[in-house]
Design a protein around this ligand. Structure first.
Ligand SMILES: [Zn+2]
Length: 323
């Protein structure tokens, strides 16, 4: 398995992928829906996917997040019913499908989408030897990205699945066996990750590739800032460790080919929220207080190189004997 590393220096100014007013409005609607869900549903089991009992880690918007002492995963103490209630929020779905939201996403995310497509194109060629492939895309909620994928030279056929942008979604029966599946930022909302990963592979040919990304629970900013990090109920309910992810992917019938944590902003996020660092974290506080930009970039480079940034990208291959 390859641990890839590709560092580009970024500052907060040139890398923001969210328009502030659009992001704040989205958070406001999400928080209202999360708080409304409280008390309506039975409480969830606070066991990790590895079977271990979990410990309290932090709470946000009234929702408890627990951390597993064995595998390092962080899981929100919520039930499937609460997540379904959250996903049924029409105000949030309508806002995300609105022109305002879609246009600001296009403007802010253009560069990161180009980088994403380069990543897909190069890895597809490297592992399948194909320059043009059929794609199934799970849960994509951005018209701009959908259009970029459809118009890119490596896309032969494109199908969108399980998206809030309903008009583009297709049913299972319309999907032939695809060369690659995109499963980007979806698993972080799952309470049944192995089952969901296995289901994602149903439309994949044997030896086809799963391109996967998610926030993880072992990243520097998440572990240091806890509830002050960019983790929001119920957008993020499951934050696995990399080690847990690799095991889950194997259990779901994939061989992991490549893992990278290309996150660029952990150190900047933490420096921005220095006052939120726990008072006993003397070294981290000292580092954040006295590090200049060069040192912060060097530290971020170390986080990336050691897979300790809080966003992971994985390329996995469907094993041949998996149905
Ligand atoms: Zn665990």
């Amino acid at each position: 398995m390859l641990r890839s590393f590709d560092f580009i220096e970024y500052s907060k100014e040139n890398s923001s992928i969210q328009d502030k007013s659009s992001f704040n409005q989205e958070l406001m609607i999400a928080e209202k829906q999360v708080r409304n869900s409280k008390g309506h549903f039975a409480s969830a089991e606070s066991k990790c996917i590895c079977g271990s009992k979990m410990n309290y880690f932090f709470s946000k918007w009234g929702i408890t997040y627990n951390r597993c002492p064995s595998c390092g995963s962080i899981i929100a103490d919520v039930s499937k019913e609460e997540i379904s209630y959250f996903k049924s929020c029409k105000e949030l779905t309508d806002f995300r499908a609105s022109n305002f939201y879609q246009e600001s996403a296009c403007e802010k995310r253009d560069l990161s989408w180009e980088e994403l497509i380069d990543w897909l194109r190069f890895r597809t060629y490297r592992y399948l030897g194909e320059k043009s492939v059929s794609i199934v895309d799970y849960g994509n909620r951005y018209y701009g990205l959908i259009n970029k994928l459809k118009n890119s030279s490596f896309c032969k056929h494109y199908n969108l699945k399980a998206s809030i942008l309903n008009e583009n979604s297709v049913s299972d029966s319309n999907i032939s066996q695809s060369d690659i599946v995109l499963y980007l930022n979806i698993l972080q909302q799952s309470l049944t990750p192995v089952e969901d990963l296995r289901n994602a592979g149903i439309c994949l040919k044997p030896n086809g590739l799963l391109f996967f990304s998610t926030r993880i629970g072992t990243g520097f900013d998440v572990l240091t800032l806890r509830e002050h990090s960019k983790i929001f109920p119920f957008e993020h309910v499951f934050l696995p460790s990399i080690q847990a992810l690799e095991i889950m992917l194997q259990q779901a019938g994939y061989k992991v080919l490549e893992v990278s944590t290309p996150g660029r902003l952990d150190a900047i996020y933490v420096k921005d929220q220095m006052e939120q660092i726990c008072s006993e974290e003397y070294f981290i506080k000292y580092l954040m207080e006295y590090a200049d930009n060069d040192i912060l970039q060097e530290f971020q480079r170390f986080l990336q190189r050691s897979n300790m940034s809080s966003y992971v990208q994985i390329v996995a291959q469907k094993m041949e004997d998996t149905k």
